[in-house]
Design a protein around this ligand. Sequence first.
Ligand code: CA
Length: 235
Amino acid sequence: MNNNRYKILVIEDESNIRSFAKAILEANQYQVITSDTCQNGIMMFSSHRPDLVLLDLGLPDRDGLEFIRTIRSLQEATPILVLSARTGETDKVEALDLGANDYITKPFGTAELLARVRVALRVSQYSGNPSLSLDGKFFLHDLMIDYDRRIVSISGNEIKLTQTEYNILVLLAKHTGKVLTYAFIIREVWGPSDDGGVKKLQVNMANLRKKMGIKPGDNRYIINELGVGYRMCEE
Ligand code: CA
């Protein structure tokens, strides 16, 4: 047995979900520790230094958002995946804005859980830019971004982007695999004091996707996470 295994902390009060996640992860060579409360989860985080946290938001003692706030206020960059209920869109957005890396909607299956865990661990390992080559170019399928020359091409054909479209694309590329909320993108692209940004973002995103040849409903390169934000897909 390999001893160099990733350690995952699962914080979830529903015992069936907790054991389900634990069983799947252990069967895939992850080391798993669990907690059923927020307070104990914070203590276990400090003493066990996990590589990733799976976090339920509805915990019996404190809101799971408190966990994210506490961990991020300690400048800890450990990836946090939120386990969220199907209808909790505002929760998801708040969790992502507080610094959670991603969310998984309950009920979730084995393949989805493992895929999200792998992506989050990979992103954290390569400090957010898994596809950046040594000569300053980003590649994803046929898409290439040349950061030095500020050129974007698909299958070798250059596509002309506005400054704003380019900035949005680069931001998504920099965080490949991670959902970026509307508020985050707006803040990064237009600055903190911008009003009415969501509409503006959607318009720019529609133009960007059109120029990239992505049809509505198509999730090539960029996934539209409805009501939450956008994600550059990894595979
Ligand atoms: Ca719960």
